[in-house]
Design a protein around this ligand. Structure first.
Ligand code: UDP
Length: 324
């Protein structure tokens, strides 16, 4: 029997790659998105398929999906600091009310749910690299609080449904991920740097660039998600690439990759910007037999090709979309 899967946030960066993957797996994919930060362009190639359908719906409102559902992936959420600042309340709602709706739906359908949590649950971490056992260092009332705390609540609610109702649940903690279909103007460092390089602008490095991140290519992440969904492990699992780099070095890599003549310029470091981030992926290795395969040089090349293929209009449309 063909399995049916609901993917929330389907028109977003990660959601759209997940739709591709599960369509390829032969499942019937139901994508859902309210299109606040997602873009139909990311999934328009799927609309012609028989095993794909799309609901333009806000998951914070009551969710109805007719027929059987075997799996649900909850990936709806703004996911960049610029978005949290612009739409903090939607950010809080989608991981709290939205997660509640998704879990309720899963219960009715007897579906297995995987929720997308984040390395942000570790806040500005004092334990390095971050293991799943670390409880984090989060400022609830800072600019990232609406995202970090909503995701922490989402994890708690998901565990509660597992405990109280025996619901089959999975929790992934996603570290910085990149690849084609990232939104050019979402403020994240990779689209910011590549966009600036392509427009002939200097690259805006926040602070002195000594803060670190570890970037995972999207195909590796999707493989990790697939394996976690198919596993029977209910506790959070870090998925990310442990190859850590400072933002300054990252900027230099982008300048080299794009051949841009510009330089890195320093801008003020945003409040509560984590100083270091690198996943400990021992659990993913042990439980899922997973580790990233794509080297940064390779992944960046593919991503750069994607951004180069955007129209001049898209490239220069730097203002943020209007949120309703
Ligand atoms: N960053 C930067 N210049 C930019 C955008 C971001 O130097 O134009 C820095 C940011 O301060 C952070 C890192 O790059 O230290 C990663 O930022 P991003 O927003 O991509 O992700 P997150 O902070 O959520 O990991």
């Amino acid at each position: 029997m063909q399995k049916r899967i609901l993917i929330t946030g389907a028109a977003g960066f990660l959601g759209s790659h997940l739709c591709d993957r599960f369509v390829k797996e032969g499942m019937h994919v139901i994508g859902m998105d309210n299109l606040i930060t997602g873009d139909l362009k990311n999934i328009e190639h799927l609309f012609k398929l028989k095993n794909f359908e799309f609901y333009h719906h806000d998951v914070t409102k009551f969710v109805f999906v007719p027929g059987d559902l075997h799996y649900i992936l909850h990936f709806a959420s703004p996911a960049s600091p610029i978005d949290y600042l612009k739409i903090p309340i939607q950010t809080l709602k989608v991981s709290s009310l939205g997660t509640h709706n998704v879990l309720g739906l899963a219960r009715v359908k007897k579906a297995r749910v995987l929720v997308a949590s984040t390395s942000e649950v570790y806040g500005d971490p004092v334990v390095h690299p971050q293991t799943e056992e670390y409880w984090g260092n989060v400022n609830p009332v800072g600019p990232r609080g609406c995202y970090d705390e909503a995701k922490r609540f989402m994890e708690a609610l998901t565990m509660a449904y597992n405990n109280a109702h025996g619901l089959e649940t999975r929790i992934i903690r996603i570290f910085n991920t990149y690849g084609p279909r990232m939104r050019l103007n979402d403020g994240r460092v990779l689209p910011a740097f590549i966009g600036q390089a392509l427009r002939g602008e200097d690259l805006t490095m926040f602070g002195d660039g000594s803060q670190t991140r570890s970037f995972c290519y999207v195909d590796d992440l999707v493989e990790g998600i697939y394996r976690l969904l198919m596993s029977d492990y209910i506790y959070p699992v870090n998925i990310g690439n442990p190859d850590e780099i400072t933002i300054k070095e990252f900027g230099e890599e982008i300048l080299k990759l794009t051949g841009a003549n510009q330089k890195l310029i320093s801008k003020p470091l945003p409040k509560d910007d984590p100083k270091q981030r690198r996943p400990d992926i021992s659990k993913a290795r042990e439980i899922l037999g997973w580790e990233p395969k794509v080297k940064r040089a390779e992944g960046l090349k593919i991503t750069y090709e994607y951004f180069k293929s955007l129209t001049q209009d898209e490239l220069f449309k730097t203002e943020h979309r209007q949120f309703s």
